[in-house]
Structure formats: structure tokens, C-alpha cells
Design a protein around this ligand. Structure first.
Ligand code: VG1
Ligand code: CO
Length: 544
């Protein structure tokens, strides 16, 4: 089959963000746009030649077309074999597992995660390395540099169409293509990590659960695991069918976007346990009956209860959290005498710590938790962790969390997002706060004394690489914190994130409403950033 060498020109906007390259679908469908980025991956990653590449996506609009294009390009670039999930589907954690278990050289995962889909929505692509995790900054920088100098890309001349809907093996210009079950290997891995027998017993009783797949990729995974292997009632899974536009919603598991689930869990006759995942299956939201578990608390509860889970029989060694995540897990780590690392936002920063065996559990405030079983955050893994814990402790989600607070204190936590504001407005807020960092220590804000304030920079303890400009931190003597950060996953304007936390140990102050408990700090942060005046927004768009 003939190969075309197509002449092209760089697109100036191909710099990957927090997690891959995300743009509007229309941008991605522009001639050469996807091709340029994919060729930049092949050009900057010579290890893919002759090797195996894992390929799949979250099923959003344009997923299948992009897969056909990438297959033709992989064949024209000398890739040895491509393993594709049936239907073009692979959750992000399942792709990570396939890389590691098959010894593949990397993966291309087509997803814009929690961003909306459909023809008017977003599309995305991320490259994971042979270690299984998201490409670190050194790799994304190399891909980006290549995209800015690209002149040609290689693709099979003929518009061959590989059947993605049946399990089979075929060849494309000498390259092997294998269409595999996207779920089986991942489900087997879960079976090794958790006590499925105990969970089956729990679900065989009067325990009821709801899982909201949000019409994204986790539907087939949840059905295989929760229903087929663990015996949950089929109607436990909401919105199980992956749809190109996610049924019109944001596949973002929080109380705003997972409204159906929220109503079920806070309504009459609510189930015992509720959970949701996002577009590509790496996020999780955990709920009990009439009870919401913040992601930061979920991570801390996991750290405190890991010994109940078979996978952690040998202990945790260490844990890590992204900088804006609450310090609830630090408190547990301290009590257990294990290290707790603080990394910048984005899963790629956990990779070295996991590979080096320094940590076995990590998480982010943005509904992401996972362990060393893969190199990605993992939504269904978190759900199974909680189910395993509930099966062992035989207490409600609420009781487990309240007992945790009694023991370790409660880290009141909230994140306020100002979405789609003008770039210059977001920058103005950041600059104003940055300008004040040096003079903040010793000052009093909201009746509390500032201990330190900085622009967070991280030196990776394994390879010494440095990441700067990772968010502005204001830290108080009480341990409270206020963090300002700009999102790196949006596709339109800027999103300003304000993260606020405060530790509370007084027994009579553990059951307050988080927004109320944090009100003085929220107001002080708004003033410090002069947010209403500089952005024209009186209140945030999303509060979690
Ligand atoms: C957000 C979250 C971050 C997460 C990232 C990717 O990034 O804050 O914690 O790792 O999304 O998650 P940002 O830059 O918008 O704050 V996912 O589920 O989109 O792969
Ligand atoms: Co995601």
C-alpha cells in the first residue's frame, strides 16, 4: 500500500495542557490538525517504531474517525502493532494497564475527559509513555517543539477502514492491528486487588448502590464489574451506554453535573452507596446515603483504611497528593509514620514516585484517586475500594467518614471555579496576588496570621526535574490555606480556581456546612484577588 508524505504547516496552539491537547471538535477536524499532532508524537518518540501502541478513547464524537486516521498514520510510520479497544473504547486507566501488562511502548488516548462532547463540544488526545502514565513535561515539551517545526506527515494513501466492532486481528500495510475487549484485562486486575467475595456478599444482602456512568466510557466497565462479576442489580447502573455527546451533559462527576445521582442519593429511600465517573473513567465521586465525601477526604479515608484491602496487605510505604488537595491525607500519613509528597496538579507528577516505589496511593481534589496498580487515576478502582471497605467494616459511608473526622479532625474544603472568564481578567487576578506574596507573611487575613506565601514550584525527588508556576499558595499559621490557580484543561477563555481549606479538631465543630465554616477565608480570598472587580463575576460558576 502506498504511503503519502503530506506537506503541512505548524498550528501554533498544539501545546498540551494539564492532561493532553484539548480543543473544540471543529479545531480538531480542521485538515492536518490531528495529523500534525500525531506525527509530532511519532517523530519525537522513536521507541514507537516496530513496537506496540495502545489506542482507544472515551467514545466521544469524532473518536472513531480519529482512530482510523491514527491507524493509517501508525502503519505509515512503522509502528509494529496497534491494540485497539472494541468500539474504539478504552478508559484511561484501562489503557494504562494495557501498556504495562503488554509491555507496549505507549498509548494514544482520545479524550477531553470531563469536558462536554458532541459536534459543538471538545475533543482531546493524550500520549502515555511505556511506563503507563501520562507523558511527563519533558516528553510533552518535545512533542510540542516538534509540532512547531513540522513540515510533513506520513499516512497510508488509501482510506482503509478497520472494523472496530468485532474482536479480530488484521494487518495494515505490514502493521498488526488487534481489536481487543476493552474491559476484560482491567476487570481481571480489579479482581486481584480487591476481595470480590466480600463485596459479592455485601451486594447479595439488602445493600443498594447506584453508579452513574454519565453516558461516558465507564458504562461497559461498570456493567462487567459491578453487575456481572459482583452481582449488583442491573438497574444500579445509570446512563450506562457511551454516547458521542454524553447525552448532552458534562461527563463530570460532581454534585452539579451528576444531578440524577445526587437526587437519588439525597432523596427518599436513597441507596446506601452512590458513585459516578467522568468521560474517560479516571475520576470518581463517592456518596453515601444523604452524604457527600469530598475527594480529599476520600483519599485520607483510603490511606487510613488501606490495611482492610488485600492489595495493600504490605502497607502503603508513602502517599502523595496534588498541591491544592486538602492536607487531610498528610494528617493520616503523619499518624502512620509514612512520607506524604506534595506534587503539582496533574497525574503525570505522580509517575516517578510510583515507579520508584516511594508511594502506593495518591490523589487529587478534582475527584481523582488511584494506586500503583496503574499509572493513572482510576474511577472504578476507587468505587471498588469503597465497596471493599464497606464490606469489611459493615458501617455506612457517613459513619466511616465521621469516625475519621473524630480521629484526625476535619479538613473543611472547597473549590470555587470561575469558568470561561477572559484570559486577561484571570491573569490580572493572578498578578495581583503574586505581587502581594512577599508582603503577606505576618499579615492577618480573616482573623488569621499568614505564615508563608509562594508561587508553588516542585522539584521531582527522583529525577530532579523542576516545575515552576504551579499555583499561588497562602498558608496560615493554623494550617489553613488559600490557593489560586489557573486551569490547564479548558478550551475557551480561562478558568480561575480558588481552593480553600481549614483544619478543625473541636468535637462540636465537625458537622458544619463547609461553605459556612470557610466563609471568612472565602471572603478574604475574594478580596485578596479582587475577584469581582477584576473578573466582573460576583460568584463562582461551580462550587465543589
Ligand atoms: C483538572 C484538575 C486536575 C486533573 C486534570 C485532568 O486540571 O484540576 O487535578 O488532573 O483536570 O483530569 P485543571 O488544569 O483544569 O485544573 V481529567 O479527568 O480531565 O484527565
Ligand atoms: Co478524566
Amino acid at each position: 500500500m502506498d504511503i503519502s508524505v503530506v506537506t503541512t504547516h505548524p498550528f501554533e496552539d498544539q501545546k498540551p495542557g494539564t492532561s493532553g491537547l484539548r480543543k473544540r471538535v471543529a479545531r480538531f477536524r480542521q485538515p492536518h490538525y490531528l495529523e500534525n499532532f500525531v506525527q509530532s508524537v511519532f517523530d519525537s518518540q522513536p521507541a514507537l517504531e516496530g513496537a506496540e501502541l495502545v489506542l482507544g478513547g472515551d467514545g466521544r464524537f469524532h473518536n472513531r474517525e480519529a482512530i482510523q486516521t491514527i491507524l493509517r498514520m501508525a502503519a505509515a510510520n512503522g509502528v509494529g502493532r496497534v491494540v485497539v479497544g472494541r468500539g474504539g473504547l478504552l478508559s484511561t486507566p484501562a489503557a494504562s494497564h494495557l501498556i504495562r501488562s503488554r509491555g507496549a511502548a505507549g498509548a494514544l488516548i482520545l479524550s477531553a475527559s470531563h469536558n462536554p462532547g458532541g459536534p459543538e463540544g471538545d475533543f482531546g488526545i493524550k500520549f502515555n509513555t511505556a511506563a503507563g502514565g501520562p507523558a511527563p513535561p519533558s516528553v510533552t515539551d518535545a512533542i510540542h517543539a516538534r509540532s512547531q517545526a513540522i513540515t510533513h506527515y506520513r499516512i497510508l494513501k488509501e482510506a482503509v477502514h478497520v472494523d472496530l466492532d468485532h474482536l479480530h486481528a488484521t494487518a495494515l500495510n505490514g502493521m498488526d492491528v488487534e481489536v481487543i475487549d476493552p474491559v476484560a484485562a482491567y476487570a481481571d486486575l480489579m479482581d486481584q486487588l480487591f476481595d470480590f467475595h466480600a463485596i459479592r456478599e455485601l451486594l447479595a444482602g439488602d445493600f443498594r448502590l447506584r453508579f452513574d456512568a454519565m453516558h461516558a466510557v465507564t458504562g461497559p466497565y461498570a456493567e462487567a464489574l459491578l453487575v456481572d462479576r459482583l452481582g449488583a442489580a442491573p438497574e444500579s447502573i445509570l446512563r450506562a451506554e457511551p454516547l458521542g455527546d454524553f447525552g448532552g451533559g458534562h461527563p463530570d462527576p460532581n454534585l452539579t453535573h451528576a444531578r440524577l445521582l445526587r437526587e437519588a442519593m439525597f432523596g427518599r429511600d436513597a441507596p446506601d452507596f452512590g458513585a459516578a465517573s467522568d468521560g474517560d473513567g479516571d475520576r470518581n465521586m463517592i456518596l453515601g446515603r444523604h452524604f457527600f465525601v469530598t475527594p480529599s477526604d476520600s483519599l485520607a479515608v483510603m490511606a487510613a483504611n488501606a490495611h482492610h484491602i488485600p492489595a495493600f496487605a504490605d502497607g502503603l510505604r508513602g502517599v502523595a497528593r496534588s498541591m491544592p488537595t486538602s492536607q487531610a491525607v498528610d494528617t493520616v500519613a503523619e499518624a502512620r509514620g509514612i512520607p506524604c509528597y506534595e506534587t503539582p496538579t496533574g497525574w503525570k507528577f505522580f509517575g516517578n514516585l510510583l515507579d520508584d516505589g516511594r508511594i502506593r496511593l495518591c490523589g487529587e481534589e478534582s475527584f481523582g484517586t488511584s494506586s500503583d496498580h496503574v499509572r493513572e487515576k482510576d474511577g472504578l478502582w476507587a468505587v471498588l475500594f469503597w465497596l471493599n471497605l464497606l464490606a469489611v467494616r459493615r458501617q455506612s459511608v457517613e459513619t466511616i467518614v465521621r469516625e475519621h473526622w473524630e480521629r484526625f479532625g476535619r479538613h473543611y474544603y472547597t473549590r470555587h471555579d470561575y469558568e470561561g472568564i477572559r484570559n486577561e481578567h484571570a491573569e490580572a487576578v493572578m498578578e495581583r496576588v503574586r505581587d502581594r506574596l512577599a508582603t503577606l507573611p505576618g499579615q492577618s487575613l480573616a482573623g488569621q496570621t499568614v505564615r508563608a506565601a509562594d508561587d508553588f514550584a516542585y522539584t521531582d525527588p527522583v529525577d530532579g526535574s523542576v516545575a515552576e508556576g504551579q499555583g499561588l499558595r497562602v498558608m496560615f499559621e493554623s494550617g489553613a490555606r488559600v490557593v489560586f490557580r489557573l486551569s490547564g484543561t479548558g478550551t475557551e477563555g480561562a478558568t480561575l480556581r480558588l481552593y480553600i481549606e481549614q483544619h478543625e479538631t473541636a468535637p462540636d465543630r465537625l458537622a458544619l456546612d463547609a461553605q459556612e465554616a470557610l466563609r471568612p477565608l472565602i471572603d478574604a480570598a475574594g478580596e485578596l484577588g479582587n475577584i469581582p472587580a477584576l473578573t466582573g463575576r460576583e460568584r463562582p460558576d461551580v462550587v465543589t
